[in-house]
Write a protein that binds this ligand. Sequence first.
Ligand SMILES: C[S@@+](CC[C@H](N)C(=O)[O-])C[C@H]1O[C@@H](n2cnc3c(N)ncnc32)[C@H](O)[C@@H]1O
Length: 418
Amino acid sequence: LHRNKGKLEMRIKNIDLVAKTLHGLEEVLAEELKALGAEEVTQGVRAVSFKGDLKMIYEANLHLRTAIKILQPVHTFRTINQVDFYTGIRNIDWSQYMTNDDTLSIDGVVSSPHFNHSGFIALKAKDAIVDQFRDKTGKRPSVSTSDPTIRINIHINDDRCTVSLDTSGEALNKRGYRVNTNQAPINEVLAAGMILLSGWDKKTPFVDPMCGSGTMLIEAAMIAKNIPPNIIRQHFGFETWNNFNQDLWEEVLDEAYNKYIDDCPPIIGSDIDKKIINAAKVNINNIRLTKCIKLESLPVEQFVPPTGPGIVVTNPPYGERLKKSDIDNFYKTIGDRMKSVYKDYDVWLLSSNLEAIKFIGLRPTRRIHLLNGPLDCRFLKFSIYEGSKKAKYQENYEPKPIEKVERKVKTIKLKTKK
Ligand SMILES: C[S@@+](CC[C@H](N)C(=O)[O-])C[C@H]1O[C@@H](n2cnc3c(N)ncnc32)[C@H](O)[C@@H]1O
């Protein structure tokens, strides 16, 4: 019965969907969605809405490099207090999406003058859902935060509540390859977004001279070889839904395998820390990209990239734990190194340290505002052509102030298990 239900839904073309992303990656994500064949692609704030069929839900989860989650909004209603919120959730016929045997997890996100606590909202929603099942059947589904069969996302924006099914489960940046990390590994979605924003042609050498656990290198190799970012991920939310269509999912996977590209351009990483290079090796092997990525363990001052043209996309230390003079000097060293050995390279660098960036001594030719976790960052492009002499130079480069970032919303997961 469930399998047939899945087949029926396969033919429904216009399921409303929303892909969530990080600040600054909306445009790249919209492009990815269009390339995937999604319809009515519309950019929002840290989100892109689109329409598609059941296959598109599977494809979006597997293929999108810059999506954090794929949500399927199923209901909206107006709410200004906890009583009408509870009623609104309880009025939804939850038997359409789950049974007593399912285990439930609810994420609440609140950005509203009427509600303060996202945790409370998640708890109230859970009450409304389990009360509905208990009243109808005498039994109630249980809650599981670690391994739910169905995840629900409740978003209250001002007086509007949107209830969505979370098709992804765990966030999509959890690709499954990164077991070993350093203290500051970059989010995989941000790394992929940076590479896509850089416009890398997937042919010229790709270099990360401060590669840490290898995230940038792995994301670059997957992009060059057309490997879906989540190909080795063990679980997606939709796999435990009652409409899961195994045949359709296998078709999506087969189509993806058939599009792999054998060749790989030179992809090279280095880091001063030998231990982190060993961790990068393990991560690279987890996704079977050892043949494609070369690693060295040298300080940035000694590492020599292949002859240009080429591209660097890197995330150097921001210096939170260093003396100001030390981090300023380090950025000066990076700048000097760029001018001396990165001839004909485009160097893209992400940093939150606007003061230290000035010490690079080059004028960026592009500047993009991104957030790395809570940190306001600049993603800067330096074009190093004809070595230091003709490199666009400006000793007193002053970064412009960053435009105002949207108010952070409070997100919390329901932790109780009853
Ligand atoms: C912010 S982390 C990069 C994280 C990386 N993108 C990842 O995903 O794991 C900065 C890296 O720069 C390295 N580093 C610091 N000083 C360096 C130097 N002088 N030469 C090369 N690497 C250096 C650190 O060991 C650290 O791994």
